[in-house]
Design a protein around this ligand. Sequence first.
Ligand code: SF4
Length: 221
Amino acid sequence: MTQIIPKKPIAVESKWQKELANSFTTLESLLDYLQIPLEKALEHNPARKLFPMRVPRPFADLMKLGDYNDPLLKQVLPSKDEFVEHTDFVMDPLQEQKNHQKGILHKYLNRALLIVKSGCAVNCRYCFRRHFPYQENSINKQEWNSVLGYIKEHKDLDEIILSGGDPLMAKDEFLRWLCNEIVNIKHIKRIRIHSRFPVVIPSRLDTGFLIGLQNYRFNPS
Ligand code: SF4
């Protein structure tokens, strides 16, 4: 008798997830795509070890073919200048690394920033948070509840920024849960989303994501 083995459900990837997975991660592949001779950039290649390359194809499509000095390309090209040391250079320019509670930076009286995700859709060479201790700020569901408790306790807060990394690296389901929790805190009047996805992978703002966002209404004060 033949045994029937149930098929595993196939995980369906959305367009943005496929585009993210197909990002350029090597200098060779990116410059080849942009029809730029590799020799131009080879002296800068060692800087990749300081910060990995990641460039989504839709972002590369905004760059000018054959132009090594394209300003968008410069944002993502490793540079030997990244090895320069100077007494005025610091790893934590915005003094964010001594936060009191994991997952949240409370920098202004009325405004706090949540470290929703550590990764980004694009790795920008100029990122001021590239030395941020993301591992120490990666939190589980219970710890997210502590973060929400912190926001509830601090009634001077009226604005929450979803950041990271890039918060839109998170799944829609999690973002819906988080936004829903935040809008139900009476003193919060605004949520801002700090993301480069609209520029580098616009398909991230798909119907499912946008419909999810439409469902939130802040409490009128
Ligand atoms: S945090 Fe912002 S600036 Fe830094 S790498 Fe990510 S997208 Fe770029």
